[in-house]
Design a protein around this ligand. Sequence first.
Ligand SMILES: Nc1ncnc2c1ncn2[C@@H]1O[C@H](COP(=O)(O)OP(=O)(O)O)[C@@H](O)[C@H]1O
Ligand SMILES: O=C(O)[C@H](O)C(=O)COP(=O)(O)O
Length: 424
Amino acid sequence: MSLALGCVADDYTGASDLANTLTKAGLRTIQTIGVPEEGRALPEADAVVVALKSRSIPADQAVARSREAEAWLRARGAAHVMFKVCSTFDSTDAGNIGPVMDALRAEAGAAIALVTPAFPETGRSVYQGNLFVGSVPLNESPLKDHPLNPMRDANLVRVLGRQSASPVGLIDTATVARGAEAVAARLQDLAAEGKGAAIADAIFDSDLETLGRAIIAEKFSVGASGLGLGLARALVADGRGTQDAAGAAVGEPVGGAAACLAGSCSQATLQQVAAAEKIMPVMRLDPARLLAGADVVAEALAFAAERLAAGPVLIASSAPPEAVRALQAEHGVDAAGHAIEAALAAIAEGLVARGVRRLVVAGGETSGSVVDRLGLTAFLLGPEIAAGVPVLRTAGRPEPMLLALKSGNFGGPDFFGRALDMMA
Ligand SMILES: Nc1ncnc2c1ncn2[C@@H]1O[C@H](COP(=O)(O)OP(=O)(O)O)[C@@H](O)[C@H]1O
Ligand SMILES: O=C(O)[C@H](O)C(=O)COP(=O)(O)O
């Protein structure tokens, strides 16, 4: 395997979002869950996205796991490694984007890292270093209410500067508009000033193509799927892609029962759960009862067992911000989050034991807990369900499954029904 591109992603939904983008751009891409064990055979690929559940763990652990993934990718020929972060820069001032970026930049021996979470396809743009979600700044978007890392500052030069050990500069839109050479020159100037990272403006895909051309010969960058698009298009232009890589078949139908799990509390997911109530049985978990010791997992599996033969079910813990804050006030942010993730993961295991082979999961941390509990190790990319959300087929599992790991903020109101229609 001699990779054209290696990527280390800080959550599983973000990894599949990026893998989807790279595949559509013409790179045969595989998503692995963690670093594959020694000797593990993988299909030929132009790019590998190593998915870690490292966004919300202690920074030193995130750094260690990311370093291991980077080394694995370099050993398989990846000349450029991109650290994939959330398009809404999900992180806290304690990290983990800054500490992981600093460590991987040092590993690469790079003087400076270009950083941009812009992803126009899903309405993420960066202007004068400020991240916009649709038409509003990040700190005025629903991300201000994220259960684990509420985003309260849209200025990413400030946000990353609080997380990184090095000063952070800006590559503004006027520089990007002047082309790849101007971007590369600006990067060098900022490095000469002692900056270790530079937030790059990007509003359109064409800006990301410029950024991709500017840094493809570098060893390291940080971004969301938009930067992945720019890098992929630069690599394909250099002949590093594969014909018909896009839409790699998910193979024969896997059949079996289908189910949906939602742990995301994003505005998009709340709307999707409400819409799903019109087309399938939905059980809304009561996290307060869960945290009080009730066997909510058994209750959910009983609900599912009675209904799976007739069609898909949805089991959701998703709740609006005020309810999330109330639960967190009583039990703590991490305790509440981890308990609910663990419960949804246990429900997923029970569903698979009851014949579910097609599973839709909403939420990044939630997807990480579910996939780890199911012991899944790698995915092949199928067709796109919604921007940033592909159908995934398990690789290396005796009985294949189809999954959709939906980033909380992605997809339209009809997402669950649309996903199930595409997962046969
Ligand atoms: N009703 C709830 N109250 C509090 N926290 C919740 C609730 N439901 C889910 N959570 C937690 O909120 C977090 C959602 O994160 P995640 O799954 O990454 O979703 P997103 O993709 O929207 O960020 C998880 O830790 C999950 O356990
Ligand atoms: O928004 C993105 O770039 C990714 O899809 C992502 O990282 C989303 O994270 P989430 O926790 O699933 O919202």
